[in-house]
Design a protein around this ligand. Structure first.
Ligand code: PYC
Length: 417
């Protein structure tokens, strides 16, 4: 399907002529077979489909989602981008993602509203200041711009921040990461979906996978609520539901699913350019281009598939935010929601082949999944096309848990989980 090119001129032409824009992608009948089936129509599944088509010419691809595209974690995250991780493997990986994000609007011909804002992770104790120094050194060694700054610098970067010593948890310093920022998460989903569909990928919404066929140790296809599909390659990109999908293929994953809650305020005039994170206060905040403040916290303290918000979350959040920026006391929350996080023991993802031939996983993203979408798609596509695991994800294999080679990315979590 040829896609309309989005441009200022096209906008003017459509405005003058009044024709509706063509649909960004269209629905298809389910084919009885595809070369590749991707389970999960979020950023990871869609990006994988896009790079399979764009980088490797593999277009006989179906993306299946039990709901609507981007209705899971891709539409529920707080859209923060950064590459200031703790392990060299993590830093390199997320930095490639940030690089892809920077060029994504031009690549997809879709305005994803990437906004470089700078990212501050506050330290309220000597121990967290030490971790920030460690992260800054690991970041710099990989060419990633991060440095530890003091409370006066924090005040200069965010004048609304209470950097006094009167508060319960005074700010002792922060890890400042200028390349960090935000992006419009729905636009990323729609941009990848549209670009993948225009290259021949079939996007099937409301199509739930109910079983995965395996014969002689190889995947043979999937059963869905709309019919069976034969496929030599099936990729599990189901995020919060990853273990349920893997179970269908007889693959056990060291993953537990926890809800992560978030909330957004009414819009106000722009006053907060930087993304702010406080691990001690379990909160992160950024201001969107529309002026709303977007907040998130730690994952809920129990495993569950619930995507409902709770009053405990809102109460805790409000107290913690006001400790950082007391001048927000009069702001009103508009909405709250939850997404699902597929947490691994080492806070690093699980990517690549499994013991079932042709059944690959792109799971275990925990609270980092949105940031990784582009690079996960790029590397998963390369894995499928070449049959080899790219260097960038070679440490993220499922076998590391049996071999005791865990990665230890927990120290880079935005907040304590
Ligand atoms: O790791 O920066 C992060 C993050 C923010 C929200 C969820 N995770």
């Amino acid at each position: 399907m040829a896609k309309a090119r989005y441009s200022g001129l096209a906008l003017l032409r459509h405005g003058l002529v009044g024709h509706p824009w063509p649909a960004a992608w269209r629905s298809h009948e389910l084919k009885p077979s595809y070369d590749v089936v991707i389970v999960g129509g979020g950023i990871h599944g869609l990006a994988t489909a896009y790079y399979l088509a764009r980088n490797h010419g593999i277009t006989d691809v179906a993306v299946l989602d039990k709901g609507y595209l981007g209705g899971g974690g891709s539409g529920r995250n707080t859209a923060i981008l950064r590459s200031n991780y703790l392990t060299p493997e993590g830093v390199r990986f997320y930095d490639r993602s940030l690089e892809l994000y920077r060029g994504l609007a031009a690549d997809l011909n879709f305005n994803v509203m990437f906004s470089r804002r700078g990212h501050l992770t506050l330290a309220h104790s000597d121990a967290s200041l030490r971790t920030m120094r460690w992260r800054a050194e690991v970041n710099k060694a990989s060419g990633v711009d991060s440095e530890v700054v003091g409370p006066d610098d924090v005040k200069q970067i965010v004048p609304h921040m209470d950097t006094s010593e009167r508060v319960r948890y005074p700010i002792l310093g922060a890890l400042y990461h200028p390349p960090g920022g935000i992006v419009r998460h729905d636009a990323v989903v729609w941009g990848y979906a549209r670009a993948a569909a225009s290259r021949g990928v079939h996007l099937h919404q409301d199509t739930e996978v109910t079983a995965i066929g395996v014969s002689a140790g190889r995947v043979t296809g999937v059963r869905t609520t709309r019919g069976d599909i034969a496929a030599p390659v099936v990729i599990n990109a189901a995020a919060g539901w990853a273990t349920l999908v893997a179970d269908m293929a007889g693959v056990r994953l060291p993953v537990q699913t926890f809800p992560l809650q978030a909330a957004v305020t009414e819009p106000v005039k722009p006053f907060l350019r930087t993304v702010i994170v406080s691990g001690t206060l379990h909160v992160y905040v950024s201001q969107t281009a529309r002026g709303e403040l977007v907040f998130g916290a730690s994952v809920d303290p129990f495993a569950s598939y619930s995507t409902r918000g709770s009053l405990e979350f809102t109460e805790g959040l409000a107290g913690h935010v006001l400790q950082l920026m007391p001048s927000l006391a009069k702001m009103r929350l508009l909405r709250q929601w939850a997404g699902l996080c597929d947490m691994t023991p080492d806070f690093a993802p699980i990517m690549g082949p499994t013991d079932v031939g042709g059944f690959l996983v792109d799971v275990g993203w925990g609270t980092y999944g949105f940031k990784a979408g582009p690079v996960a798609g790029e590397t998963m596509a390369e894995s499928v096309a070449t049959g080899r695991t790219p260097q960038l994800i070679s440490s993220f294999g499922l076998e590391r848990f049996a071999q005791g080679r865990l990665l230890g990315e927990k120290g880079a979590a935005a907040v304590g989980h």
